[in-house]
Each structure stands twice: as C-alpha cells, then as structure tokens.
Design a protein around this ligand. Structure first.
Ligand code: CUA
Length: 357
C-alpha cells in the first residue's frame, strides 16, 4: 500500500513552527515555576508541627527511617526508569533469553528481597530502644470533644469509666514535659476515638473509650511544639489541637507545682458572675465554688498559650468571644453560647479568667 505522505506546504510548516514555539515557551515556564512549586510543597516541612524537625527520640528514628527509605526508593526508581528507556532503544537481537531470565531473577526477586529484608531488620532493631520503660513523670491525657484533658502527678492507674485523669493536677490543651526524660502518657477518652499526635516528638497513639493506651514521649530539645488530634472525631476534629512545652526538669517541677495552686483571684465581679451564671456546672476554678468536671479546668487558663484547644491566643477579648459564641469560632464545640449575658458580665468574667495565670 502506498504510504500517504503528510503535505508539507507553507501553512503546515508555519503551524508546525508555531507548535514548536509553544512547546518551548511551556518548557521555559515549567523551568521557571518548578523551584517555586517545590518551595510551596516543602514549605510545610518545617515548623513546630513537622516530622522533619525531630525534637524527640522516636521522631528522630522515624525521620532517619524515612530518609533512608526515600533514598532507596529514588535509586530503585532511577534504575527502573533507566532500564525502561534502555529497553525501548536496545536491539532485541543483541540479548539472549538467558540474559533476560537472569535480569528477572536478580532484579525482580533477589535484589528486592535483600533490600526489603535489610530495611525490615533495621526497622525492627529500632523497636527495643523506642519501647524502653519510662523514667519520667506519668501524665494522664484524655481526648474529649474537642479538647484535651491533662492531669499531672496522678496517683496509681487512672480509671477508664469516665474521663481518664483520676486525681492529680488538672489542666487542658497544654502539655508540659521535661526534656531528656521518658514521660509516660496514659491515653483515654470518655466519648469517641481520638488520636494523640505530636509529630515533632513521636508517632501517634489512639485515645479509645474504655481502655488506657500508653505512649512514652522522650523530647530531646526544649521548645514549644504543636500537637493535633489525628482521628476524625466530629465537627471540630480539625480544631482539636494542643501545645507541648518542653522545658528543663526543674522548670517542669515548678510548673506542676504552680498548676496545683488554687486560682490567683477568687473574689470579685468576675468570679461572682461566673458562679452565678452557672459556668461552674461544667468548669472548675479551684478556690471558688466552681467544681464542674465536664469542660476544661480553668484555674490557670491564662498560663496557657491558647483558648479553644489551639484555636486562639489567650487574651480576655478572645475568651469573651468564645463565651459569647463558641460554635461560631469552633463549629461543633459542645459548650453552649452565652450571647444572652449582658456585655458587662461577659467582660468581667473574661477579664478575670484572662488574669488567672
Ligand atoms: Cu479528636 Cu479528632
């Protein structure tokens, strides 16, 4: 059959040239934009919530494992792509069938088995070190909708019937840890499954109703890190954050002691309105008649960096905004709105809470 040759008149040549120009321009743009694109992609790789800036023993191990695996994956990818390119260009007659079979046996079975076995052995050898016994404080953490109940200095084992922390000094949404010590975190939940995760320090562990899960955290660097809930638990799941403050052992002891004290101010317009309006049915402020156990303990709320579980900076204005309409700031928040309270009362309560360091 005679081959139909493409017409090569002037209009076709111009169209071809124009297409080549367009392709060249596209390649230039791609070269220009690629670094920016990579920058955008890697912008999330740093900061207080990054697994790439490990500040804990376990996170450092996971990070090392990741980089080795990535390097291995890149080498294998380059080899496979190289072989594919070679295969499209090689002369089939130049290879014997035996060579092909050898390639399949070595490249498809022997090398992957060796590489995967080596990675498995290395991963397993990390485990005993990561599972070493705790030698630091025991802290109970309970995932609630949608915040974290934290109790330091708990006596014995916490119960699991309701919220997990039993006894001890209660706080919320800000976990302090001594640097270089292996603190034991006892995790529970009274409602649904949450997952406790501080990416910079260790892997995640679920907080499951009806049982106590253990997680040992060994921070290696002082600083403030972000933690999140990593298991979908309801409307405000994405706003169930917390802060982890890693300090020296002496500072940790001082902090727990200070948290154990009653509130700095227990009399006046703020505490009076707080109790009178029923806030104490859900919240505790030690030193006042407010002893509710449903919501976060507010005895030292102003010492925490955030209100609303990592949501807003702790200021009287933000506390007032949260009192007026929690669900507006945090959809799904269980606390009812108190927008009906006169402004002066909300301000008095918020100013008082905002000073409880
Ligand atoms: Cu708690 Cu998601």
């Amino acid at each position: 059959m005679p081959e139909s040759r493409p017409t090569t008149g002037r209009p076709q040549r111009i169209a071809k040239l124009a297409a080549a120009n367009r392709a060249l321009r596209a390649r230039r743009w791609a070269r220009l934009l690629a670094p920016g694109f990579i920058l955008v992609l890697t912008a999330g790789c740093a900061g207080p919530q990054s697994t790439f800036e490990a500040a804990g023993r376990e996170a450092a191990g996971v990070e090392a494992l990741f980089w080795v695996m990535l390097a291995g994956a890149v080498v294998i990818w380059l080899l496979v792509i190289g072989l594919s390119v070679y295969a499209t260009r090689a002369n089939p007659a130049a290879h014997s069938e035996a060579t092909g079979i050898r390639l399949i046996i070595w490249g498809g079975a022997v090398v992957p088995t060796i590489v995967l076995a080596a990675l498995l052995v290395w991963g397993l050898t990390m485990m005993p070190d990561l599972r070493r016994e705790a030698d630091g404080p025991k802290i109970a953490v309970s995932g609630e909708r949608f915040w974290w109940r934290i109790a330091y200095g708990i006596e014995g084992e916490p119960g699991v019937a309701k919220s997990l922390p039993a006894g001890g000094v209660e706080s919320a949404n800000e976990l302090w840890l001594p640097v270089g010590r292996r603190s034991e975190i006892l995790l529970g939940s009274p409602d649904v499954i949450h997952s406790f995760w501080v990416p910079a320090i260790a892997g995640k562990t679920d907080a499951i109703p009806g049982r106590v899960n253990r997680l040992v955290l060994e921070p290696t660097r002082e600083g403030v890190y972000n933690g999140v809930c990593a298991e979908f638990c309801g409307d405000a799941h994405a706003q169930m954050g917390f802060r982890v403050v890693v300090v020296s052992e002496a500072d940790y002891t001082r902090y727990v002691e200070a948290q154990g004290q009653p509130a700095a101010v227990t009399e006046g317009e703020g505490p009076d309105r707080f109790v009178e309006r029923g806030c104490g049915a859900c919240h505790t402020v030690r030193g006042t008649p407010a002893y509710g156990a449903v919501g976060p303990d507010l005895t030292h709320i102003a010492s925490r960096q955030t209100v609303g579980a990592g949501l807003l900076e702790t200021t009287p204005a933000n506390i007032a905004a949260f009192i007026r309409s929690p669900a507006h700031l945090k959809p799904g928040a269980e606390m009812p709105a108190f927008a009906m309270l006169p402004d002066a009362e909300v301000t008095a309560i918020a100013n008082w809470l905002g000073a409880l360091r």
